[in-house]
Design a binder for this molecule. Structure first.
Ligand SMILES: *[C@@H]1O[C@H](CO)[C@@H](O)[C@H](O)[C@H]1NC(C)=O
Ligand SMILES: *[C@@H]1O[C@H](CO)[C@@H](O)[C@H](O)[C@H]1NC(C)=O
Ligand SMILES: *[C@@H]1O[C@H](CO)[C@@H](O)[C@H](O)[C@H]1NC(C)=O
Ligand SMILES: *[C@@H]1O[C@H](CO)[C@@H](O)[C@H](O)[C@H]1NC(C)=O
Ligand SMILES: *[C@@H]1O[C@H](CO)[C@@H](O)[C@H](O)[C@H]1NC(C)=O
Length: 502
């Protein structure tokens, strides 16, 4: 099959090439003129147009001759009606849930039917050794929800672990009123099987609307590898929209999560609860995701996760909400980039290796560094945009109610643009004009950490003819004092930073 396709593509490209060559040759030889001539007369553009339409005619014909993927709501679990090629395994790979008696209107319970379809898809006794050891390769087996809405009273728990290359797609799942409060509509929590290190590998959940009916959660991914959650709309969760625990590389992208269906300014915003995405694992990515209602948008307690292109307007900080909560003692290695914190901010507990950049903070949204054991290390908060209401809210704040940050190392808060909020930074500069022998600059309004200046640079300029001696006397309480041996009129430019300590 693949061979045939490849050969066909090759032949096609040869035909196109031959056609183009003859087209060019035909024209150049047909005109007895220099190439410059030829170009200047506008033939070139003409030519390109012809070449393009010639090529397009091939492409068009080719696409017509492609077999159309038929969407047959066929009987029983059967492969789509492609002409089967002998090299393809004859076992069914697309499981149409209505064939199992699932009710696509959502009126009657479809739990058993859906579980049976999944179970059938999982019914493969041996793998081909392609995936991780102990994971059976299901070859892309697909549970097709056929655009229906299915009411379920129990979680769709995968019947056994040790399966991979499997997908569920194309419909709506809705928890019924007796759904368990701790359940997830799709539950990948089976314990590892066959000595595998992971439960599942390469499971794709795509184009799904999940309605947890204010009872349970949306998707639970436990100890799995390379899970994709793509283009899903997850609503009405009371616990987590998505919970990822253990495993690696769950990629959540192009998805929408919200406890309540709202587009902002909801009168009940104060009452939003639950968490959009709970990452209790490492190496996951959240990409291009909107979290529009939940008490916490994303909570991260694993390492090396990346959050990018995320728009959080889940619950305003003013109502007690948090956009992104980084909660992990020790190395978090979280990167939050290119995101949009919309009236809701970021909280990080004792952050070690945290990067936040190119993110837009709207509506007085700010970053709170919360001391647990007083450690903040390897933190960059740079190149963000902050916009507020002019109420003096600081863009980065410290919560030292559990004790002060005693260990501050490699913290860089700088180069953020700020409108209607107060700048906080680990770098500050001041120009002090004076006439006398002492110059003082208080950097407390700008510097993030109290009583911490690791580095000072200063330069004195004076219009007089004197060359005075002058020296740094104090940096205590973020206040720089410089004195000269004689009284002079001079300007001092002072730059301080809190970032480097070694
Ligand atoms: C070449 O270009 C001329 C003028 O644009 C056109 O009349 C002629 O048909 C072209 N020849 C070929 C082989 O397409
Ligand atoms: C697959 O299903 C058949 C019956 O339908 C059953 O006998 C068999 O044990 C199942 N195999 C696996 C691996 O579940
Ligand atoms: C929201 O919470 C307040 C107080 O906590 C309560 O009075 C109100 O009824 C709640 N609204 C809804 C829609 O539950
Ligand atoms: C600086 O102070 C001295 C003494 O107080 C005064 O004579 C002088 O005019 C002052 N110079 C300037 C530039 O203000
Ligand atoms: C540090 O400076 C601030 C003013 O910026 C002042 O309010 C505070 O009392 C000073 N603290 C100490 C210990 O001197």
């Amino acid at each position: 099959m693949e061979m045939k396709m490849a050969r066909r593509a090759l032949m096609l490209s040869m035909v196109i090439l031959a056609g183009l060559v003859s087209l060019i040759a035909g024209n150049i030889s047909g005109h007895n003129s220099s190439p410059a001539d030829w170009l200047s007369r506008g033939h070139y553009r003409d030519h390109i147009r012809k070449m393009q339409s010639f090529k397009a005619s091939f492409l068009r014909r080719d696409s017509v001759s492609q077999p159309l993927t038929s969407v047959s709501p066929s009987s029983a679990p059967s492969p789509l009606s492609f002409a089967p090629s002998p090299s393809v395994t004859p076992s069914p790979r697309v499981y149409h849930v209505t064939s199992y008696g699932a009710d696509p209107t959502g009126n009657t319970d479809s739990t058993a039917a859906l579980l049976e379809a999944i179970s059938d898809a999982f019914n493969q006794s041996s793998g081909d050794g392609f995936l991780m050891e102990g994971i059976v390769n299901l070859g892309g087996a697909e549970i097709n929800l056929e655009g229906g809405t299915y009411s379920i009273s129990r979680p769709l728990t995968f019947p056994t672990a040790g399966r991979g290359n499997f997908r569920i797609q194309g419909g709506t799942l809705k928890a019924s009123d007796n759904f368990p409060a701790t359940g997830y509509l799709i539950d990948m929590s089976a314990p590892p099987a066959n000595g595998a290190d992971y439960n599942f590998e390469y499971v794709t959940l795509r184009d799904l609307m999940l309605d947890a009916n204010y009872i349970g959660g949306g998707i639970q991914v436990i100890n799995s590898l390379r899970t994709s959650i793509d283009n899903c709309y997850i609503a009405h969760f009371n616990t987590n929209g998505i919970l990822v625990q253990g495993g690696h590389e769950t990629y959540i992208r192009n998805s929408f999560l919200g406890q309540h269906i709202t587009a902002g300014g909801d009168p009940d915003e104060r009452n939003f609860s639950g968490t959009g995405i709970n990452l209790m694992g490492n190496d996951n990515a959240i990409t291009d995701v909107v979290i529009f209602s939940a008490a916490i948008g994303i909570i991260v307690s694993g390492q090396a996760n990346i959050i990018t292109g995320v728009h959080c307007y889940n619950k305003a900080t003013g109502f007690g909400g948090t956009g992104i909560y980084i909660q992990l003692p020790g190395n978090t290695q979280t990167r939050i980039v290119n995101s949009y914190m919309d009236y809701t901010g970021i909280v990080a507990e004792d952050p070690v290796q945290l990067h936040i950049s190119s993110t837009f903070f709207l509506g007085d949204a700010y970053i709170l560094l919360k001391s647990i054991k007083g450690v903040v290390s390897g933190v960059t908060i740079v190149d963000n945009i902050f916009t507020g209401s002019g109420n003096g809210i600081e863009i980065v704040q410290l919560d030292q109610s559990n004790g002060p940050f005693g260990e501050v190392n490699q913290v860089f808060v700088d180069r953020n643009t700020v409108d209607g909020m107060n700048v906080k930074s680990t770098v500050a500069r001041a120009l002090v004009q004076g006439n006398g022998s002492s110059w003082t600059a208080n950097f407390n309004p700008t510097l993030l950490f109290p009583n911490l200046i690791n580095n000072v640079q200063y330069s004195l300029s004076t219009p007089g003819s004197l060359f005075p001696n002058y020296a740094l006397r104090s940096t205590s309480n973020n206040t720089v004092v410089i004195e000269s041996d004689v009284a002079i009129s001079a300007n001092l430019l002072i730059v301080v930073d809190q970032g480097v300590s070694n």
